[in-house]
Write a protein that binds this ligand. Structure first.
Ligand SMILES: [Zn+2]
Length: 151
């Protein structure tokens, strides 16, 4: 999935999990779980030409996260930021492997890839409409969990 749903789902977990170690664990698990849901990722090949997409996605993730956590007390802000960071962390490792070719991350990258395509057969991407809808649902549910109405 894109950066924004991963970050917001991780942050949303922080509204229910106050132990930072448990939060880090479940935020990382959430990454792999929502990656299994059929979705459509934007194309980032060639990476150097399309890096702006990652930048825009990251900026939207940071801005929407900040929108929700700005009014929170500092401790809750820190927890939500921690959840958001570890929600996207598995893709961060993948990106480090791609950018710098760090071989020790190879087995991890294969593991991530396998989980990513576990429920989507033959590497077929979901139809773009469905693929974006599933991500929109993840974002809306996270907004709901992070909104003051629900806290
Ligand atoms: Zn991923």
């Amino acid at each position: 999935m894109m950066i924004t749903p991963h970050v917001l789902v991780g942050a949303a977990l922080a509204t229910r999990i106050s132990n930072p170690f448990a939060l880090v664990f479940f935020a990382v698990v959430s990454h792999f779980v929502i990656d299994m849901i059929p979705h459509h990722d934007y194309d980032i090949n060639p990476l150097k030409k399309k890096f702006y997409k990652i930048f825009i996605d990251g900026a939207i993730a940071a801005a929407s996260l900040w929108y929700f956590i700005a009014p929170m007390p500092f401790e809750q802000q820190a927890l939500c930021a921690l959840g958001g960071f570890f929600g996207i962390f598995p893709d961060g490792l993948w990106m480090l492997h791609r950018l710098f070719g760090w071989k020790f991350l190879g087995p991890y990258v294969n593991f991530h890839y396998k989980l990513h395509w576990l429920l989507i057969r033959d590497n077929n991407k979901a139809h773009p409409a469905i693929g974006f809808a599933t991500q929109a649902i993840a974002v809306v549910l996270s907004f709901y969990a992070l909104s003051p109405l629900f806290l």
